[in-house]
Design a protein around this ligand. Structure first.
Ligand code: TRP
Length: 455
């Protein structure tokens, strides 16, 4: 007899769990620097379009597969398409998140370092110029970033081993709203700084003439990365969703809150970028070079408040990063436990050591290994591009193809509308099915191939 699978208690719980995975460094760290590298407002418009037209269909495909099969990616494919090669999709979804984890942990480590710096009042006791060079010195050194990368990795492994996921989830319910409020406060403060106006218009006035094909591919990649798509994370979470839950409403809720978080972060960072004179295209360090500038400015008027805000801010970022990182590690660990018969301890050790070792190379690629280029990119950028622009897009494509072409339409409709009981979903079904079956796959392939040819 089949065991009854645990389920999330409420729509709020579902959105919080999925948003816990979705909202992370992707919104606060990755989004602003992508916007800066690919030209501002035009990039944001493409990103939002990709989120609704391509990412949301993938999100829904993963939710439909997950809830219908009530098991992880491997099992889901076996259950819904037994004996086919769809099971290989499962393998892709194990490898990608572990690679992502390796460089994600490096950036997680940077937040650890910045938390330490806030605790020792380094931002309030200095000037704008030194804040920028602080990051450069830190990142290009050999040992410090490796130590913080290791610390972050150990925290992730510790949480996975202790299985305090429910504790973490309870914790996120407090930290997410706190982070939200803090970002809004910082955004308002950043916009009020002298010289910030240029940043605001950079975000609001699109210049489509500068929009290149690689910017479009990057916008698509950002939408996928930010919603944790194409690697089965959402699929696995959806397998815990109740049968009478409205998956359409929950998915839209998650996507909208994720986009909102990214936009808020953009509106907090970009004005500060222009006010502080940092180059918008500065790359992965952008947020770390400009956030402390806001704290520093705040500090001249209210030193205690500013230090407190910066400490709370980096703690909440760290928690947001951890809740995303555990969702990556869990995929690999549960695969090794369920399919390879490893103990949870050994599975965790294996994944941790692998991701940690790859992460070392990523971290060093900002310093001693900065000369090493793969297809013109640093090791860090290469892995990030390979995952977000290719592996995740490929996984996402396969999920939409599975729902659009492999599953029969009646079961998809049944799952999407909860057996026809959700009237609004029934009205939306045709549009959503069209997006899943045609629009998303065709657009992904087009962007994918064009980018491949020109890059
Ligand atoms: N979406 C997360 C963020 O924006 C990162 C993330 C979590 C992720 N799980 C993932 C990315 C799985 C890719 C795949 O920070």
């Amino acid at each position: 007899m089949e065991k009854t699978r645990e389920t999330f208690g409420s729509r709020f719980a579902v959105i919080m769990a999925m948003a816990g995975s979705a909202i992370g460094l992707g919104n606060i760290w990755r989004f602003p620097y992508m916007v800066g590298q690919y030209g501002g407002a035009a990039f944001i418009i493409v990103y939002i379009a990709c989120s609704f037209l391509l990412a949301l269909p993938i999100f829904l495909s993963e939710t439909i597969i997950g809830r219908r099969s009530r098991t992880n990616t491997f099992g889901a494919m076996e259950k819904l398409a037994p004996g086919t090669s769809w099971k290989w999709l499962g393998l892709l979804t194990v490898i990608s998140p572990v690679i992502i984890l390796s460089y994600y942990s490096v950036v997680g480590g940077w937040s650890v370092e910045y938390l330490f710096k806030s605790l020792s009042f380094e931002f309030t006791d200095t000037d704008a110029g030194s804040i920028q060079s602080l990051f450069g010195t830190f990142i290009s050194s050999t040992w410090e970033p490796l130590i913080t990368h290791t610390l972050f990795m150990l925290m992730v492994a510790g949480i996975i081993l202790a299985g305090v996921k429910s504790g973490i989830e309870r914790f996120t319910k407090i930290t997410m709203p706190v982070l939200f409020v803090l970002i809004v406060v910082m955004m308002i403060y950043a916009i009020s700084l002298p010289g910030s106006g240029a940043g605001v218009s950079y975000l609001l006035k699109p210049d489509f003439s500068k929009l290149t094909m690689s910017a479009v591919a990057a916008a698509m990649g950002q939408a996928f990365f930010s919603l944790s798509l194409g690697v089965g994370t959402i699929l696995t979470y959806a397998s815990y969703v109740k049968k009478d839950e409205n998956i359409f409403a929950s998915s839209i809720g998650t996507a909208v809150s994720d986009i909102l978080f990214a936009l808020l972060a953009g509106f907090a960072i970009m004005p500060a970028v222009f006010a502080s004179g940092v180059e918008p295209g500065a790359g992965p360090g952008l947020v770390f070079q400009t956030l402390p500038f806001i704290f520093n400015k705040m500090g001249t008027a209210m030193p205690v408040v500013s230090s407190l805000v910066s400490i709370i801010f980096f703690v909440t970022i760290l928690v947001a990063a951890l809740t995303s990182a555990i969702s990556m590690m869990e995929v690999g660990v549960s695969y090794l436990v369920d399919n390879k018969g490893m103990s949870r301890l050994w599975a965790t050790v294996t994944v941790t050591v692998f991701a940690w070792a790859v992460g070392i190379l990523c971290s060093l690629s900002f310093g001693p290994l900065s000369e090493v280029k793969i297809l013109g990119n640093s090791i860090f950028d290469f892995l990030d591009k390979m995952c977000s622009n290719f592996l995740m897009a490929f996984g996402g494509l396969l999920f939409t193809l599975f729902v659009g072409w492999k599953m029969d339409e009646a079961s998809v409709r049944d799952e999407f509308t909860n057996g026809g009981t959700k009237k609004r979903n029934s009205r939306w079904f045709k549009t959503v099915y069209f997006l899943i079956k045609y629009v998303a796959p065709v657009a992904i392939v087009l962007i994918f191939v064009t980018n491949l040819i020109i890059s």
